[in-house]
Design a binder for this molecule. Sequence first.
Ligand code: FAD
Length: 471
Amino acid sequence: MSKTRAVISQLIDLVGREFVLTSEPDTQAYLADWRGRYHGSALAVVRPANVEEVAAVVQVCAVAGVPMVPQGGNTGLCGGATPLADGQSVLVSLSRLNRIRATDAENNTLTAEAGCTLAAVQQAAQAIDRLFPLSLAAEGSCEIGGNLSTNAGGVHVLRYGNMRELTLGLEVVLPDGRIWNGLRGLRKDNTGYDLKQLFIGAEGTLGIITAAVLKLYPRPRSTCVAWLAVRDLQAAVELLGRLRAWVGERLSAFELIGQSALELVIRHIPTMRLPLSVAPDWSVLVELSDPHENAELDRLLSTFLETALESGQILNAALAGSLAQAAQLWALRENISEAQRIEGFSIKHDISLPVGRIPSFLAQADRALQAAWPGVRIVVFGHLGDGNLHYNLSYPALEENNALIARSREVTRIVHDLVAALGGSISAEHGIGQLKRDELRRYKSDVELDLMRTIKAAVDPKGLMNPGKIL
Ligand code: FAD
C-alpha cells in the first residue's frame, strides 16, 4: 500500500469514513479561501470530533511525515487556511469540536472548543448574562480556533482588546500529537513563559488549538449608536480623543468609513440606505455602551455632538432612535467587505499606525498612488479607534483594474514602505498567511525573524504544521 493510502486508511479508522473527505465535490469548499484568491489541494480533509481524535490524527500524520493545515470557518483573508497546491497535506477541519465545555459567571469565563462559531460563543455568554466582546462581520461563520490563531480584532478592540487580551487559557495539540492542557481561568499566573501567547496569532504553524478559556464582561444594557459626517480626517482623530475623555470606558466602537466604501455598500447591498442626505468624504460610526439600564447615553452623546457641530468638526449627525436603527447603521459598516467582494478584485492592505499619524499617512499615500496610477479608486475604512485601516485599491473598469492587479507588488510596496516609515504594521488584524509572507521578510528585522524561526524549529522540528504560511 502506498504511504498516502496507508495514512488515509489510518485516518478513516480513527475518525470514521464519513469524516475523511477525499473526493473533489466533498473537499472543494475547504480548498479555496473566502475571497477566492487561493486554491489548494490536499490528500484528504479530516473532520475529527474531539481533542483525542485531533491528537490521534496529528500522531498519524507526524509519524508519516505528512504536513497538516488546520482550518476553522475558512473566513481568513490571507490564505492561511488554504493548503499549498502540491496536494501533500492533510487539512484538519476543527468545525466538529463545537461544544461550550463550561461557563462560569462568578469567574467571568467561558470554555469553548475551537470549532464553536464566534456567534455561538457570544450567545453562550449572553445565556449567563455576560458579554463576550469580540465582534466582527464574519462572526456567524468564523470559529474561535481561527479567531485565536489570527489574533482577531474587530470592532470593539478599543474597549476590550483583541483575542490575545480576551484569552486566559488554551488547550493545544502539539505537532507530535501530545496534548497541552493549559485551560486555566486565571487572571494572575506568573509561572514562567506565557505559552498560550505563542499559539495565539501563530496561524496554525505551531500546533492545533482545540479549546480556550475566554474572558467575559458585564452585558451592556444601554447602547447608543450614531453616524457622523466629519469635516476631515484630522477632525476624526481629534474627535476620538475628545470623546474618549468625555465618555471614558463607555466608548466601545469608533469606526471610520470613507466615501467610496459607503458608495459600494449602497450600490451592491439592496437593503442599504444612506444614513445622511449625502455620502460625506469621511463618516464615523460611534457606539457607546454601559451595563446600567438608564445610563442616558443619548443625552451624553448629544451634548458632545452639539459642541462638535458648533466647532465645525462634524458637519452632520444621525443618532439611532431604536435598536433597529442602530442595527441599520452597523449593517452599513459590516457590509463593506461583502460589497467589495461583489464589486471585484482589489489590492487590499490591513495596516495599523499610531492614531495621530493616520491623516498624514492617508495624505502621503493618496498622493504617491495617484501619481503612479492616476484615478485609482481608494476604498478606506476601518477601526480608527485602534489605528487600524483597511486601505484597498482598484479601478472601476475591468481592464484597467486587471492591469493594476497585475502590478500588486509595486502598489503594495508604496503603501507598506510608507506604513513602515511612519512606525506602523503591515498586518493589523488579518495575519500573514500566504499573502504577506514575502512582505514579512522585508519589514521584520533579522533578529525578530531569527527568533521566530527558532521558536518554529523548537516547537515543530519537522516543519509539519501549516507549511508555507508566515515564515
Ligand atoms: P480560518 O480562516 O479557518 O483560519 C485562519 C488561520 O487560522 C489559518 O492560518 C488556519 O490554519 C488557522 N487556524 C484555524 N483554526 C485553527 C485552530 N483550531 N488551531 C490552529 N490554527 C487554526 N478579522 C478581524 O480580525 N477583524 C475583522 O473585523 C474582520 N472582519 C472580517 C469580515 C469579513 C466579512 C470576513 C470574511 C473576514 C473578516 N475578518 C476579520 C477575517 C477573519 O474572519 C478572521 O481572521 C477570523 O478570525 C478567522 O477565523 P476562521 O475560523 O474563519 O479561520
